[in-house]
Design a protein around this ligand. Sequence first.
Ligand SMILES: [Cu+2]
Length: 114
Amino acid sequence: MKRLSWIVLLLTTSMLLVGCGSREASVTITMENMAFDKAELRVKAGQSVALRVVNRDGYAHAFDIDAFDIHAPLPAKATFDATITPHQPGRYRFYCGTPGHEAAGMVGVLVVEP
Ligand SMILES: [Cu+2]
């Protein structure tokens, strides 16, 4: 019985190490004064990216990337988190889906590098 626990412990440890090996990238984009703080986000194809969107405004925004089926409403002062793993290199448009905001400049591009 004791030996079994050791094997379980070893397996758990090695799985944790493997998990650390594939480092996850993280990207934060902030919405403030009717604008994104970045017009371009760059990530690597095949790598998991922890995406965080922060709305600092006192009114609602939304974060949308059609290509990744992300359509997140962001009420005033809200934060949205998602993890994406883009596999196809390319340029994908992101924008604020609140009516009129994209026209006001709330638009950018997610660049997935090969
Ligand atoms: Cu907006």
